[in-house]
Design a protein around this ligand. Structure first.
Ligand SMILES: O=C(O)CCC(=O)C(=O)O
Length: 281
């Protein structure tokens, strides 16, 4: 039983939502981070852009998402133009405490530990300014965990989000759909077989009567989803608006102890992987 006051109030506030995790495959933590915390991240991202050319940072960015111009490059070589189109900056958490502080926040870790049934460890983070605008997918297509169902994702709103600036869409309960097996027997995405994946998921949603929901949010709200939950990013209809967010994928630390040389402890007492940055294209 949790005795500490902070933990007890987290329990009071969020126990209902945590109770829905198994049924729905997601929970919502409204107003979890305050304005200062989210503004600090937005400021930090601005600074990362402004200082990129002199930073010699190994951090990478996926530019022109969902377009034929898509390319993964070093952030230090990204043009000003690239910032005006959907992009994601990969894995800032490996280099910067400003990101770790939020994604390994003590209260957040407590909730993630409950959902994972063990200590979380960050394996990847993504920073967006226009959302992902990505088609429907489950995150296990790209990074399946060693232990089935022991991976989850936190999505932190860094802007208010409504129907006009690209809310995340998601399908409650879709995490219960048995993972699609590609022809090689694995669940990792095979690009040429994604139409079959899409058809399988559409059929399963129909059978189960699951319909699409859009996640509208205030700055500081957190959506946590099960890595098997079907979701995607919607287009931004109002081109004058941003939709900044910080997305983090977590495994369960106890499933990766054999990678002990790469495990680091953060300033807040949480854990993350210190590995190589992704290759540029
Ligand atoms: O923020 C979004 O638009 C969706 C992000 C997403 O789908 C992901 O990171 O897996």
């Amino acid at each position: 039983m949790i005795s500490d006051n902070t933990n007890a109030s987290i329990d009071d506030k969020y126990q209902v939502e945590v109770g829905n995790w198994d049924k729905d495959g997601f929970i919502v933590l409204r107003g979890f981070f305050n304005q200062l915390e989210t503004e600090n991240v937005n400021q930090f991202i601005d600074n990362v852009w402004h200082s990129r050319a002199i930073s010699q940072s190994p951090v990478t960015i996926d530019t022109y998402l969902e377009s034929p111009k898509y390319k993964r490059i070093l952030l230090s070589s990204a043009s000003n133009e690239a910032r005006l189109h959907p992009y994601k900056i990969n894995d800032l958490f490996m280099e910067h405490a400003e990101i770790r502080r939020l994604i390994l926040d003590e209260r957040l870790r407590l909730i993630l530990s409950r959902l994972l049934d063990g200590e979380p460890i960050v394996c990847n983070s993504l920073n967006f300014e226009f959302g992902s605008q990505q088609g429907n997918h489950c995150d296990t297509l790209y990074m399946p965990p060693r232990k089935r169902n022991k991976m989850l994702v936190s999505w932190i709103a860094l802007d208010p989000v409504d129907a006009n600036n690209g809310p995340v869409r998601y399908y409650p309960g879709s995490h219960k759909i048995p993972a699609y097996r590609f022809k090689n027997g694995k669940i990792n995405a095979v690009a040429s077989e994604m139409p079959e994946f899409d058809a399988y998921m559409r059929n399963q949603l129909d059978i189960r009567g699951i319909s699409e929901q859009a996640f509208t949010a205030q700055r500081g709200d957190v959506l946590i989803w099960h890595a098997q939950l079907l979701h995607g990013g919607t287009p931004i209809l109002d081109e004058s608006r941003l939709r900044r967010s910080l997305v983090t994928h977590y495994f369960r630390k106890q499933d990766y102890l054999h990678h002990f040389l790469r495990i680091r402890k953060s300033e807040t007492g949480g854990f993350y992987f210190r590995r190589k940055h992704p290759h540029v294209t």
